[in-house]
Design a protein around this ligand. Structure first.
Ligand code: NAD
Length: 290
């Protein structure tokens, strides 16, 4: 397939490289200087989009996505697919999709989970909103860049699925960390705590697969001095998007709000920036109730 790829950062670069490796003709554009094996670089976003059957964007936020969309939609041929894989606010995803559809394009919002490791290994999960025909066209690309793609419904629903999942993840990680810190203070051994909780009703992905306590459970960023992994900064971004969506939709999300406030404090006022989001455990360890 002829593919335009815009936004070749930590995630976009390995995703584009995997598409090129699979034999697709990939033309890329990024405002930064990048060099990716098998990907030819264009001088502008519009140039990268011209003549492409699918244009993929992997950009930092909704504002930049809207700007890039305004440049590339007029350059794209009717019937082509605009596939945004960035994590952005639901409103921007829906606005961009509406513009694309008005220009005769298929539009998909398909944020990912799996991080840089998943992008490199081609094992991402895609949560996809948009029309069924576009989803079918993009399916082979999802299969190259990832392991799983779930069609979640109309435009914006991919972003909705992503932020709901990550709101659960953020809140669950926090409570898992505070429970470990409480267990420490009660004299309960961490290994015993893991052995009980990971096989009891308190189990979760945060406990069972990504245990925040070093030396306990499967290998995780906790065993690597809390190097990310999934950075607390990115968790904060997703929680803010969740809170923005909750406000727009008039949804009551008190625990999500508490998680957002706590990650904001951790990243902006404490030592959380650049650390894995499970580094909440050493944070709680050091603290008392005030
Ligand atoms: P990044 O900052 O490494 O990459 C973004 C790229 O976009 C950069 O190379 C930047 O130069 C480029 N860019 C910015 N403005 C541009 C423009 N106007 N035109 C063309 N290129 C432009 O970020 P990333 O880590 O690759 O993340 C990309 C998206 O994926 C984000 O929305 C992020 O939330 C999401 N995401 C990231 C991870 C992760 O672990 N890094 C995991 C899941 C989802």
């Amino acid at each position: 397939m002829k593919i335009g790829f815009i936004g070749l950062g930590n995630m976009g670069a390995p995703m584009a490289a995997n598409l090129a490796k699979a034999g697709h003709e990939v033309t890329g554009f990024d405002t930064a200087q990048v060099d990716i094996p098998g990907v030819s670089m264009a001088a502008s976003a519009a140039e990268a989009a011209t003549g492409a059957e699918v244009v993929i964007t992997m950009l930092p936020n909704g504002e930049i996505l809207r700007k890039v969309a305004a440049e590339i939609i007029p350059a794209m041929a009717p019937g082509a697919v605009f596939l945004d894989c960035s994590t952005v606010d639901v409103d921007s995803a829906r606005a961009v999709a509406a513009e694309a559809q008005a220009a005769g394009l298929s539009a998909l919002d398909a944020p990912v989970s799996g991080g840089v490791g998943g992008a490199e290994a081609g094992t991402l999960t895609f949560m996809v909103g948009g029309d069924a025909a576009g989803f079918e066209t993009a399916k082979p690309l999802f299969e190259t860049m990832g392991r799983k793609a779930v069609h979640c419904g109309p435009s914006g629903n991919g972003q909705a699925a992503k932020i709901c999942n990550n709101m659960i993840l953020g809140a669950t990680m926090i409570v898992t960390c505070e429970a470990f810190a409480l267990a420490d203070k009660l004299g309960l051994d961490r290994q015993a705590m893991f052995d009980v909780v990971s096989t009891s009703s308190g189990q979760s992905w945060s406990m069972n697969t990504y245990c925040p306590a070093p030396g306990v459970g499967p290998t995780s960023p906790a065993d690597n001095a809390y190097q990310p992994g999934f950075a607390a900064d990115l968790m904060l971004k997703d929680l803010r998007l969740a809170m923005q969506a909750a406000e727009t939709a008039d949804a009551d999300t008190p625990i999500g709000q508490a998680a957002c406030t706590l990650y904001a404090r951790f990243v902006e006022d404490e030592d959380g920036a650049g650390r894995d989001f499970s580094a909440m455990l050493p944070r709680f360890e050091r603290r008392g109730r005030t």
